[in-house]
Design a protein around this ligand. Structure first.
Ligand code: HGY
Ligand code: MN
Ligand code: MN
Length: 430
């Protein structure tokens, strides 16, 4: 790949960003589909590709013990204040080419722009005072181990070591997967930024990401500033009834686990429709023994429930657990559940968000503010550092789907805004 800077030709840079995302999309577990789970083999290829770009930018490159790829551009030494910019490189199964990885590729393009700006403007002040760390988080979606944000939790110092015993669908423990990738799970604590001294040097974290929803397209807007990210709960349920012969077992003598689960799934949907701002999804379902002439004995399924109010979210989680119990008991079945995530809603940092909004204004773009219905690494980072997010329009409002896309002119606008944001930050950092 030719990394020569196209100077400040932002349209050429936008084309390069899109080409990069499409090239990275080829690095997949499933040829013909984009699937890249936590520390699976294609992640090595992504690391090699992005590391080459980081080295070409004069960054020091490392992979931390949870598999985050981190490039640090620190032109003048440790006294410079550090802005972290990044997003995740793992994907959902059969994903689009931009969720997560766009934010990493945009970040590297911004480093290149900063280098050119500083070289062009001989902006010694910026050189001496602003350091940039680009982070490609190893696991945000929570697909392989049903627990999201592993990469950002390690960097923010909130990783729970108990998770290392979790097993994936093939029975591979998380710590074994980390070792198989060539990393040492014992060293995850070292991934945290300045674990001992706090983070005097960190200005904050910026994540640029596709909106993954219909709002910006409906309002014909290119970009938005995120003011908050909804809280989310993820649970796994297991309904256990009695497998039996589909022909000889009268209806009143059955303990049909799937019938219980089905009644509950309809309740999930109707509850979510009844409460403004609530979304609830049963995305995974596995039934046993899964044969046409056998009454299902066991059903395992997932619940993903989100709302901007943590009180509302907690209320409906408790309600739906009770609803699962009554749907099961009606049929002489049992139900058990396990909480995999309880992520509070998060406000973005007002100061950093204001600077981002001002950068939009400076580029002549309306600074639409909006909440994020999708979870992001920024919500984990916000617990430790000032965090801000920039959304890019999602054509068709489609995401977590191969039709996911992003417009070239919106990528160009995001680069202009990001460059303005960095320049303003460099001018104000003390
Ligand atoms: O599921 C989410 O909200 C995000 O796309 N990981
Ligand atoms: Mn994402
Ligand atoms: Mn996603």
């Amino acid at each position: 790949m030719n990394w020569k800077s196209p100077d400040q030709d932002f349209a050429a840079r936008a084309r390069r960003v899109l080409a990069e995302c499409r090239a990275l999309a080829q690095m997949t577990e499933e040829p013909g589909r984009i699937t890249r789970r936590f520390l699976t083999p294609p992640v090595h290829d992504v690391h090699a590709h992005l590391s080459a770009r980081m080295q070409a930018l004069g960054m020091t490159v490392r992979v931390d013990a949870i598999g985050n790829l981190r490039g640090l551009w620190q032109p003048s030494g440790p006294q410079a204040k550090r802005l972290l910019i990044g997003s995740h490189i793992d994907t959902v199964p059969h994903a689009g080419a931009f969720d997560g990885v766009l934010g990493v590729v945009l970040a590297l393009e911004l480093v290149d722009i900063a280098l050119v700006e500083i070289a062009l403007l001989q902006n010694e002040k910026a050189r001496d005072r602003l350091a940039l760390e680009v982070v490609a988080f190893s696991e945000e979606e929570g697909v392989r181990y049903a627990t999201p944000f592993l990469g950002s939790r390690a960097l923010a110092g909130s990783f729970d070591p108990a998770l290392l015993a979790a097993k994936d669908a093939d029975g591979v423990r998380m710590d074994a997967a980390i070792r198989a990738f060539g990393l040492d799970p014992e060293k995850i604590g070292e991934a945290a930024l300045d674990p001992k001294t706090g983070d005097p040097g960190v200005l904050g974290f910026l994540e640029m990401h596709i909106e993954q929803g219909p709002v910006l397209e409906a309002e014909n807007l290119q970009l938005a500033v995120v003011d908050g990210i909804v809280g989310q709960t993820r649970l796994e349920f297991r309904f256990t009834g009695q497998a039996n012969h589909a022909g000889t077992t009268p209806m009143h003598l059955r303990h049909d686990a799937l019938a219980a689960a089905a009644e509950w799934i309809v309740a999930v949907e109707s509850i979510a429709r009844s409460e403004a701002g609530l979304v609830a999804t049963v995305g995974k379902l596995d039934l046993q023994p899964n044969a046409a002439n056998v009454i299902p004995g066991q059903v395992e399924l997932s619940l993903d429930l989100r709302h901007m109010s943590d009180l509302t979210r907690g209320h409906w989680v408790r309600y739906l657990i009770h609803a699962a119990q009554s749907a099961a008991h009606k049929r002489g079945a049992e139900v058990e559940w396990q909480q995999k995530l309880d992520q509070p809603a998060v406000e973005m940092d007002p100061g950093l968000t204001m600077q981002l909004a001002e950068a939009l204004h400076a580029c002549g773009i309306p600074a639409r503010r909006m909440p994020s219905g999708a979870g992001h690494d920024a919500m984990v980072m916000a617990a430790r550092f000032p965090a801000a997010m920039l959304f890019l329009r999602s054509p068709g409002g489609i995401s977590h789907h191969p039709d996911e896309s992003v417009r070239e002119q919106d990528v160009e606008a995001a680069l202009r805004v990001g460059a303005k944001f960095l320049a303003r930050l460099a001018a104000t950092v003390s």
